[in-house]
Design a protein around this ligand. Structure first.
Ligand SMILES: NC(=O)c1ccc[n+]([C@@H]2O[C@H](COP(=O)([O-])OP(=O)(O)OC[C@H]3O[C@@H](n4cnc5c(N)ncnc54)[C@H](O)[C@@H]3O)[C@@H](O)[C@H]2O)c1
Length: 316
């Protein structure tokens, strides 16, 4: 079944840049996808927002609408924007977004960013469809955190067009995008993706297709090393966090950060890498991590992990 939801506002326009992109396709309007769709629409791009199932579509659109309103209202409250300008910005941003469950709508896109859950089977089917639908000039990007871009390039059958565009959560606030290439990525596609990232006011960094790219390759083993250190009885979780905050100047200690990211997410990433690279010592899975996840203590989102949480904050 196909749904088209379009918010119309007089004066909404599309936007073109040196990247050759004017229409952006986003697949999956979850935590990451809604932020990517919002960032592109706010910068003036036409956005084709595709959800795989009808049940996700209205929730995804609402998420975008709520987020644009919240950020714009804050700017108005702080006096950075007139209320009338803010209202027009919200309306014009939403007017640029066409939401649908029809994957055929991706045919008009100059870049497609896939942001569905990390389920290889789901992505395999989806990339097969993407490969059949898109233009030869389309940049095909995955926002995956832990899967190989090369594998998805194989699924879509268009390896020269395939890259990773790894945004960070929350997309609306975080400046970094890791732009990931495989051996087969066309350098022109890569250069256009770098330019497109800059046009969203992000700072792109280049990276080859390797587990975790740059940030997660360094960050996830750091978090699990902290858990292993606690398991060995070197220090308590509280002292590990205090040590890294005061000794290394980190805003949050690794135990709290693992809770914040989600212990299930940490386990799924490190577990996947351990299976793929069993000889890599940095990918050892801590027993305490397995135990927390098995007990349903997933960190911030369940109210308890290595720490207790009160909403988004550590419990007093
Ligand atoms: N969460 C993060 O902090 C983060 C950061 C960077 C990259 N990523 C990557 O972004 C992608 C999306 O992650 P997310 O956290 O936004 O995911 P999410 O759980 O919010 O879901 C995203 C989308 O996946 C699809 N989906 C969800 N459940 C489904 C189901 N049962 N059947 C079919 N489709 C379903 C829907 O389209 C949904 O909008 C993943 O590849 C992830 O690795 C996540």
């Amino acid at each position: 079944m196909m749904t088209i939801a379009r918010y119309r506002v007089a004066g909404a326009r599309s936007f073109s840049t040196a990247s050759g992109v004017s229409t952006v396709g986003v697949i999956g309007l979850g935590l990451m996808g809604h932020g990517i769709a919002q960032a592109a629409a706010e910068k003036g791009y036409k956005v084709v927002a595709v959800e795989l199932e009808e049940r996700f579509l209205q929730g995804g659109l609402k998420r975008i609408g709520d987020s644009v309103k919240k950020i714009t209202s804050k700017a108005v409250e702080k006096g950075k924007m007139d209320k009338a300008v803010g209202d027009a910005h919200i309306a014009s941003t939403m007017a640029r977004i066409t939401a649908t469950t029809d994957r055929g709508a991706l045919a008009s896109c100059d870049v497609i960013i896939e942001a569905v859950i990390e389920n290889l089977q789901l992505k395999q089917t989806l990339y097969g469809e993407i490969g059949r639908v898109v233009k030869d000039s389309c940049i095909i990007a995955s926002n995956t955190s832990s899967l190989s871009i090369g594998t998805m390039a194989g699924y879509c059958g268009r390896p020269a067009q395939m890259i990773g565009l790894h945004f960070f959560n929350p997309v609306q606030m975080m400046k970094l995008v890791e732009v990931v290439r495989t051996d087969q990525t066309d350098p022109k596609i890569f250069a256009r993706a770098m330019e497109f990232s800059r046009s969203l006011d992000k700072t792109p960094v280049e990276c080859i297709d390797t587990p975790g790219f740059i940030v997660n390759r360094l960050l996830v083993p750091y978090l699990t090393s902290a858990m292993l250190l606690v398991e060995r009885g070197v220090a308590t979780p509280a002292d590990v966090d205090t040590a890294m905050k005061l000794g290394a100047g980190h805003p949050m200690g690794p135990m709290a950060l693992a809770d914040y990211v989600g212990l299930d997410t940490c386990l799924s990433i490190i577990g996947g890498w351990q299976s793929a690279f069993p000889d890599e010592p940095a990918f050892k899975v801590p027993e305490s991590l397995r135990a927390k996840v098995a007990a349903g203590k997933l960190g911030r989102k369940t109210g308890e992990g290595f720490w207790k949480w009160d909403g988004d904050k550590l419990a007093a």
